[in-house]
Ligand binder design. Sequence first.
Ligand SMILES: Nc1nc2c(c(=O)[nH]1)N[C@H]1C(S)=C(S)[C@@H](COP(=O)(O)OP(=O)(O)OC[C@H]3O[C@@H](n4cnc5c(=O)[nH]c(N)nc54)[C@H](O)[C@@H]3O)O[C@H]1N2
Ligand SMILES: Nc1nc2c(c(=O)[nH]1)N[C@H]1C(S)=C(S)[C@@H](COP(=O)(O)OP(=O)(O)OC[C@H]3O[C@@H](n4cnc5c(=O)[nH]c(N)nc54)[C@H](O)[C@@H]3O)O[C@H]1N2
Ligand code: SF4
Ligand SMILES: [Mo]
Length: 707
Amino acid sequence: MTQHITYCRMCSPLCGLVVDVEDGEVTKVVGDNDHPLTHGFTCAKGRRIGDFHRDPERLRESQRRRPDGSFESIPAATAVTEVAARLQAIIDAHGPEAVGLFVGTQTLTASLTYSFMSAWFRAVGSHKRFGTMTIDQSAKTVATGRLGGWAGGRQRFADADVWLLAGTNPLVSMQGGELTGFPIHDGLRQLEAARARGLKLIVVDPRRTEVANHADIHLQLRPGTDAALFAGLHHVVLRDGLEDRPFCEQWVEGLDELRAAVEWATPEVVAGITGVAAEQIVETASVFGRAHAGLATSGTGPDMGPWSNLAEHLIQSLNAVCGRYPRVGDRPGGGGVLSGQRVFRAQAMSPRRPWDASPKNRLGVSWMGDELMSPILPAEILEEGPGRIRALVVSGGNPAAAFPDQERILEALAHLDLLVVVDPYLTETSRLADYVVAPALALERADDTRGYEHLFDEPFAQYTPAVLPKPAGVIDDWEFFFRLASAMGLTLSMGRRVYEPGSPVPTAEELLDGRAEGSRIAHEEVRRHPHGRVFTGVLPALVQPPADGADGRLAVMPPDVAAEMAAAVAMGVSPERADRPFRLVVRRTKETMNSFGRRLPGLPRQTYNPCFMHPADVERLGLSAAALISLTSDHGTIAAFVQSDPTTREGVVSMTHCFGGSPGIDDDPRLFGSNPSRLLSIDEDLQAISLMPLMSAVPVAIAPLAD
Ligand SMILES: Nc1nc2c(c(=O)[nH]1)N[C@H]1C(S)=C(S)[C@@H](COP(=O)(O)OP(=O)(O)OC[C@H]3O[C@@H](n4cnc5c(=O)[nH]c(N)nc54)[C@H](O)[C@@H]3O)O[C@H]1N2
Ligand SMILES: Nc1nc2c(c(=O)[nH]1)N[C@H]1C(S)=C(S)[C@@H](COP(=O)(O)OP(=O)(O)OC[C@H]3O[C@@H](n4cnc5c(=O)[nH]c(N)nc54)[C@H](O)[C@@H]3O)O[C@H]1N2
Ligand code: SF4
Ligand SMILES: [Mo]
C-alpha cells in the first residue's frame, strides 16, 4: 500500500486529500489534516473520488459510433486521427466557422486542459466558441460592462464588517473568490470567526439556506424580485445619506439619475413587490450603508431570474455608491501565486460595453469576451446558411442535460454532421456523439492549483503528481487537444511557447513547470510543499495611488439601465400569476456537481431529484410525503417527487438541475430524477445583451399525479 498526498479537483476549494492506493486502486480517502486551508475538510464527493475512478460505467476507452448507432471501443490515437480528418473535411468544404466548441465546467478543473483546448480552437480559426458562463452568471459581465470596475481589486472578507450574499449558498456551492468574495476554504469556521469579531451577514434568498442559517438578517424575498429589493436599498441609502460622498464625487457619475430612478422604490412599495417587510429593508440598508467595509455579492439566484442584468447592476452599484473598494495602502482580496503579479491602483475604470464594438455573428448576436451566448447554439446549428455549425467539440460539459429546453438542444446536437465529446461517461450529450474521447480522471493527472487561484482568498498553491496509473485506453484532456492540433497540421501558440505540428508530446510535469515560468513563486518551490502552502511572502501587492490623470467613472445609472428599471416597474417586476401560482428556483446539492456524480450509486441521497416545497403548501395541495406531482410552466411539464421542506418560502419550489436523462431512455423520474430544463425556454424571454434565459423564479403550476 502506498499513501499519497493530493487534492480533489471537482470544485473550487480543491480540498486536500490523503489517498491510499493498493494494486493501482484507491482503498481509502480521507481529508488531509496538514492542508493549510482545508485542514482535513472534504465533502461526500471528494471522499468518493476513488469510486469515480473504478466506476464500471466510466469509459476506459474512446468510443466510435457504428452505423447502427451502437458504440465500439477504439484506441485514443485512432480517435485523434479520425476526428482530425473529419474536422478537416468539414473545414475544407465549409470553412473554419463550421466548427464549434462548447466549454463545460469540468474543463476548468484540470490545470492544463483550458489552455490547450483554447490554443487548438484558436488555431482552427473559428469564432464559434460557447461555454457555460452564458447560461450562468453572465449578468455579472453585463453589469461590469455597463457600470465599470475598480482597478484596486476587491475588498477582503477578512477585513469586512458586513457581507451581503444575494441568491448564493457558498457553504454548499463553494462559490467564492472573484464571484462572492466568500472564503471557500473552511468557510463555516471563517464565517463564525468573522461574526464573532462583529461582521454582519445579510442573506437575500427565498430559501433559508445553509448559509442563511448563520445570517444576522435574512431577507426571504419572493423569487425574481431582486431588482426591486436592491432599488429599495438604494432608495434608503440615498434618502438617509449613507452613500460615500467623497468617493462618489471623485469616481461615480449618474448619482442624480440613480436617485431619480429609485425614487419609486420606497420601503413600503418594495415590500409589496418583494414580500420582505419594509422595516427589514430599512434595517438592511442601514446595516450595509453604515458599515466600514464589506460587499454586496450574488450568485446564480438573481442572475438566473427575470431582470437579471438590472438586478446585478443594482447589486454592483450598491458597492459603488457606498465606496466599497480597497483604497491606497489596502490589501485587496485574492490569491495569485502561479499566475503573474498584478498591479492594483485606487481608481475607477469607466464602463467598456465591449458588446457595442463586437462584430455580430450570422444571427446578429455580439460576442461576450471570446464566447458567443450559449442560448443561440441550437440556432447556430439548426438554421441553414453559410457559417452554420456542422461540427461541435464538447469539452467537459453536458449541454444536453444543462441547457434550458432539453428538446431543442437534443434536436440541434442530432442535426450535426460531427459531434465529438471528451467525457468519462456516456451522458445525455456524449451518447449522441460520433466520437467520445475517454479522458484521464483527476487522480491520474499531475496538476497544480493555478486554474482556480482566482477563487481563493489566500495566496495558496499546490502541485500534485498523478497518484493512480492511467488506464491504457485513456488520454489526458490537454493531450487530446495537443495531438488533435498536430494531426490537423495546426500550430499551437501559447504565449512564448509554440508547438509546430509533429512536435514531440511533452509530459504534463514539463508543461506545468514551463507554464509557471512567469509565476510569483517558482514551480520547484511549490513542489517542495506536498500539502500545498500559503505563500504569505506574495500577498497581493498593496493598492497604489491612482495614475496621473486617472479620470474613470463608475456609471451607476446609464440610460439603458434606467429604461430597464422603468420597464420592470411598469410590469410589476415579477407579478404573481393566478394560473401558475408557484415559482421554481435553482438549488445546488452537496452530492452532485451539476450532472457529474448523480449516477454514482449511493452518492446522491436519492436516485431522484426531489422537488422541495414548504409544508404548508404540501398540506394545502393535499399531498402525501414523497407524492408524485406535475410541474407545468409556460414551456413544458415534468413529473417529480415532493419533499416537504420548511426552509423553502411558501409559494416557492426548489429543485436542482441536470438530473433526469434522455427522453425515453433514462428519464424515469423515480430512478433518474427529473430535469427542470424541460420547463425552461431557450429562445423566449431572453435578457438584452446577454441573451440569458429565465432559469429561476419560473412561474409553474403544480398538480398531484397518480403514481
Ligand atoms: N455541490 C455543488 N457545488 C457547485 C455546483 C453543483 O452543482 N454542486 N455547481 C457549481 C456551479 S456551475 C455554479 S455556477 C455555482 C453556483 O453557486 P450558487 O449561486 O451559490 O448556487 P446555489 O447553491 O444554487 O445558490 C443559488 C441560490 O439562489 C437562490 N435563489 C433562487 N432564485 C432566487 C431569486 O430570484 N433571488 C434570490 N435572491 N435568490 C434566489 C436559491 O434559493 C439558492 O439558494 O456552484 C458551483 N458549485
Ligand atoms: N435548470 C438549470 N439549468 C442549469 C443550471 C441551473 O441552476 N438550473 N445551472 C447552469 C450552470 S451554472 C452551469 S455551469 C451548467 C453546467 O453545464 P455543464 O458544464 O455542461 O454540465 P456538467 O454536468 O458540469 O458537465 C460536466 C461534464 O464533465 C464530465 N467530466 C468529469 N470529469 C471530467 C474530466 O476530467 N474531463 C472531462 N473532459 N470531462 C469530465 C462529466 O462527466 C460531465 O458530463 O448548467 C447550467 N444549467
Ligand atoms: S468536491 Fe468536495 S472535496 Fe472536492 S473540492 Fe469540492 S468541496 Fe472539496
Ligand atoms: Mo455554473
